[in-house]
Write a protein that binds this ligand. Structure first.
Ligand code: 16G
Ligand code: ZN
Length: 533
């Protein structure tokens, strides 16, 4: 049975604020930090139950609010293979978080144990970490109370990035098996990435220095440690690494700032030289944006779509050169937000699939390829090697030196890439590998294709739930008749494309438009927004 007395005693120390309704959304629970105490306690209990349900496998809990402002915080669960929590359990998380009293909370727990047939005699193990937010330490102790209340085993992974926590979960659960993911420690993570990176660039010239905008977040200390492992294989310059300055986190810097403003973070002015490569991490280092200044000091952004193009072309080439192209099918997954020019570039080289927004959709679709590449335009993405493909890479016997080299590169890429989730630091090393192999500057990479001018606007509507889409969010089914009006407008614009979808994270509807010039894309976006309003 549930240890009701101990749950009751500790739950009473973490009462739910009245009048608040929580929701486990695409990015877990996320809101202002000071209302999250009860949520964290309950997530601790839930993570333990999830672990029991999965026969004592270790479940991860990450305390972060990613690119949100410093006063926010959040929490999300990680399933045993390092993937996001199974969708059906999001509903349990929401239900538990909204129980008004301790009695109601215990009632919900008993219901969950019943309906999900959880064997309470199984062990429970939870590994958890947090980002650098000042609210994080207190929230972690609330979480620890939850883990303790149900008698689970907790492991504190300290202050680290979201992708490192995902790595740890997978490493712990695959330890000693044929699918072993690496040592289950931060050091294991650094060793795995840096060893693969050094092998991949060993025959290349040492690149010029890369500037990293750490968003004044947890990416800073983790990148700092990565530098020790990389030695002189990649010169890195850390900027926006002030993790203790109040208010600095994600403030006018970081990947989300760069993507939404399409500007250089002001703090990098004078720090990034024309021609030099720069990149921005977000607040928990799972998103990455590259950029450079041209000789006229003009800012150029290289987003998730540009990363997908660079990486896809490279992997397709390696698979072909290795002689494995009949056995290994490579594909790429995007969302409707992918720039039309990137989709065109990719479609000429490999199969492209479009799915609804949100990492779980992209990740899931990428699993259907032998090597599945996915990136959201906002800089979140990774590359997945299926287990049979990894086996093929291990057993394949190349017949020429060129095949052998390409095969070795593929094996090392499989080690370099964090396949549990998008990882800004792992992705950054991946980009640097391709740039080194192609001897590309930022400008040369940028010129793979020219972005179509585009515009994103948000529209506040009475009820965004009235807006429903199909075909990977590219077509509206509700309100009835609206899609036809949008089509009529789009037809009047050269190279026009536009779609409307409800946001999953904000109470707004988003309108995206592309056209062959900037003025036209802006005009189209605003006219479509006018239809929605
Ligand atoms: C969440 C998603 C991200 C998506 C964004 C869209 C995860 C882990 N994160 O942050 O993938 O791009 O939502 O936000 O799935 P929107 O629905 O407000 O446009
Ligand atoms: Zn993030």
């Amino acid at each position: 049975a549930l240890p009701v007395d101990s749950i009751r005693a500790l739950s009473d120390l973490h009462p739910k604020p009245s009048n608040l309704k929580f929701q486990y959304g695409t990015a877990g629970f996320r809101t202002v930090a000071h209302v999250l105490d009860s949520v964290l306690f309950r997530v601790g209990v839930l993570a333990a139950l999830r672990s029991k349900k999965l026969d004592g496998k270790t479940i991860g809990v990450m305390v972060t609010a990613s690119h949100n402002p410093e006063q926010d915080n959040g929490v999300k669960l990680v399933d045993p293979r390092g993937e996001m929590l199974e969708a059906s359990w999001e509903i349990h998380a929401t239900a538990l978080s909204n129980a008004q009293t301790t009695d109601e909370f215990i009632g919900e727990l008993e219901k969950l144990v019943q309906t999900s047939k959880i064997d309470l005699s199984k062990p429970a193990r939870v590994v958890y970490a947090r980002d650098t937010r000042p609210s994080g330490a207190a929230l972690v102790s609330s979480l620890e109370d939850g883990i303790k209340a149900i008698g689970a085993e907790g492991r504190n992974a300290g202050v680290t990035t979201t992708p490192v926590l995902h790595y740890l979960v997978r490493a712990i659960n695959t330890k000693g098996t044929k699918e072993s993911y690496g040592e289950d420690s931060e050091e294991g993570y650094f060793l795995k990435l840096s060893t693969a990176f050094k092998k991949l660039v060993s025959t290349r010239q040492t690149p010029s220095a890369l500037v990293i905008d750490c968003a004044n977040g947890v990416g800073a200390p983790i990148a700092e440690r990565l530098i020790e492992y990389l030695g002189n294989s990649l010169p890195l310059v850390l900027e926006n690494a002030s993790i203790t300055t109040p208010g600095a986190l994600n403030n006018s810097c970081g990947a989300d700032y760069v993507k939404t403003t399409q500007k250089l973070p002001p703090s990098l002015a004078g720090r990034l030289q024309p021609g030099q490569r720069g990149c921005s991490l977000d607040g928990d280092a799972d998103r990455l944006m590259y950029f450079y200044l041209d000789e006229r000091n003009q800012f150029h952004m290289l987003d998730g779509d540009k990363i997908a193009a660079l990486v896809s072309a490279f992997i397709v080439e390696l698979v072909k050169t290795s002689g494995l192209d009949s056995q290994i099918k490579v594909g790429v997954v995007q969302t409707a937000y992918a720039n039309g020019a990137s989709t065109k570039y990719l479609s000429e080289r490999l199969p492209v699939k479009c799915v609804p927004t949100g990492v779980k959709h992209l990740h899931h679709a990428a699993e259907h390829y032998n090597i599945g590449i996915y990136f959201e335009a906002n800089g979140h993405g990774t590359v997945l090697f299926s287990q049979p493909t990894q086996d093929v890479l291990q057993s394949y016997e190349p017949s020429t030196p060129a095949q052998s080299t390409a095969l070795e590169h593929l094996r090392n890429l499989n080690q370099l890439i964090n396949q549990t989730v998008g990882d800004a630091l792992s992705d950054m090393l991946l980009v640097e590998v391709v740039l080194a192999h192609k001897a590309y500057s930022g400008a040369e990479w940028d010129s793979l294709y020219v972005d179509l001018p585009n515009r994103l606007v948000k529209v506040v509507v009475a009820d965004r739930n009235q807006v429903k889409t199909e075909d990977a969010e590219r077509r509206l089914v509700s309100p009835v008749g609206l899609q036809e009006k949008i089509n009529d407008l789009v037809r009047r614009y050269d190279g026009g494309r536009s779609f409307v979808r409800p946001s999953g994270t904000e109470d707004v509807v988003r309108v995206y438009a592309e056209a062959s010039n900037k003025a036209q894309s802006d005009e189209l976006a605003f006219r479509v927004a006018g239809l929605v309003y």
